[in-house]
Ligand binder design. Structure first.
Ligand SMILES: *Cc1c(COP(=O)(O)O)cnc(C)c1O
Length: 371
């Protein structure tokens, strides 16, 4: 069955493989991989697939990574029709390369595409594109603690046209970036700044879509957080400016002394994180009471002060699970628990990482070997 499906997919979208004329020298690559950081180092290859009204998806290629040629009227440069995904590939000691829930990324990519009036991509093609780059760049996995190959599938409107309507031409690409730990300080817990002047997403807006525009809008509040000496920004709901939503690129969980966990509910303004969804399952597996429920800034502050709330953590693919130690805004500053990473935060992080890296059983079938 699986082979048949693959053969059929390959006939409908065969990948052209372009040889790389000058891959990075092994010695240079090895030196770079010793300290990859996050998002600054890139592998040798990229996938490109075109989409045109009428033709659909076509010209799937795996080839050398390099600059793109773009018409200056390309719609993405003017009206920001762009979406992306982020997922990690892991290389095990036996050389097997695995992905974590790539079907969920494919589904979310298509949900984002619908919201931005862009074409959807068949799940098998999305995953095959990732398989192609992971195989081509299998030497680009860093051996450092927490190392992975971070994959960035994305799509943008490439049609040259200045009228305002959905474009008729798109490009889909996948690039790969070797990654170490996301937070360079390696700090045990981060401090966050409450954005009271800016919001991230309004009801009916694009908050649930993974689009570049959401990030563009979060840069000023993020810069404000940094200017006040904090690591990240946390957003409140746009309607009442009362309830906690999420960070610029990570979802949030609140942990209570009685063992309950709360995470803000999805409802169009929160990005449906795959890490968030996975942690909801893991916590339920552990018998913890998990609730998707609105939680206000005032309540958060009061519960941290009373000790009813013991931990808060942020989660997302890049940084996995990160403890939040302190919270500050224009007129509020408080510490959560001891200000360091709490026990449940650490346990959930370790459990998730162990599943992702094949060191713990995978009862939900989340791990997909691809090479
Ligand atoms: C990608 C993203 C997340 C986390 O999603 P994961 O699937 O867990 O990586 C959270 N919030 C925002 C705004 C995001 O863009």
């Amino acid at each position: 069955m699986a082979m048949l499906a693959e053969a059929r997919m390959m006939t409908s979208h065969p990948f052209t493989r372009l040889a790389h004329p000058a891959p990075v020298a092994a010695s240079v690559r090895t030196a770079a991989l010793a300290d990859p950081g996050f998002g600054k180092l890139f592998s040798d290859h990229m996938v490109t697939i075109g989409w045109t009204a009428g033709l659909g998806w076509h010209d799937a290629t795996i080839g050398p990574r390099g600059p793109l040629t773009l018409d200056p009227a390309a719609a993405v440069l003017h009206y920001a029709q762009e979406i992306f995904e982020g997922l990690k590939a892991y290389r095990r000691e036996d050389g097997t390369i695995t992905l974590f829930r790539p079907q969920a990324n494919a589904a979310r990519f298509n949900a984002s595409a619908r919201r931005l009036a862009m074409p959807e991509m068949p799940e098998e093609l999305f995953i095959e594109a990732i398989r192609q780059i992971v195989r081509a760049d299998r030497e680009w996995f860093p051996d450092v603690e927490g190392g992975s190959l971070y994959l960035r599938p994305f799509m943008f409107a490439s049609e040259a046209f200045l009228g305002v309507r959905p474009a008729k031409e798109y490009k889909f690409l996948v690039i790969a970036s070797p990654a170490g730990n996301y937070f360079k300080s390696g700090a045990p817990a981060i401090s966050i700044w409450v954005s009271e002047d800016y919001t991230r997403a309004a009801p009916g807006g694009t908050g649930a879509a993974k689009c570049g525009g959401n990030y563009a809008a979060s840069l000023v509040p993020m810069a404000e957080a940094i200017a006040h000496g904090h690591d990240q920004v946390v957003f409140l709901d746009a309607a009442e400016r009362k309830f906690i939503e999420e960070l610029g690129g990570m979802n949030l969980f609140f942990v209570f002394a009685d063992g309950t966990l709360i995470t803000p509910p999805l409802g169009g303004t929160i990005l449906p994180g795959i890490t968030r969804d996975s942690l909801l399952s893991l916590a339920a597996d552990e018998g913890l009471a998990v609730r998707e429920e609105r939680y206000s800034l005032d309540q958060w502050r009061a519960d941290a002060a009373s000790g009813r709330l013991t931990e808060t953590f942020a989660c997302g693919t890049a940084a996995v699970v990160t403890a939040i130690g302190t919270v500050a805004g224009h007129d509020a500053a408080f510490t959560i628990g001891s200000g360091g990473p709490g026990q449940l935060t650490q346990r959930l992080r370790e459990h998730l990482v162990a599943i992702q890296r094949g060191r713990a059983p995978d009862p939900h079938g989340w791990v997909m070997p691809v090479a």
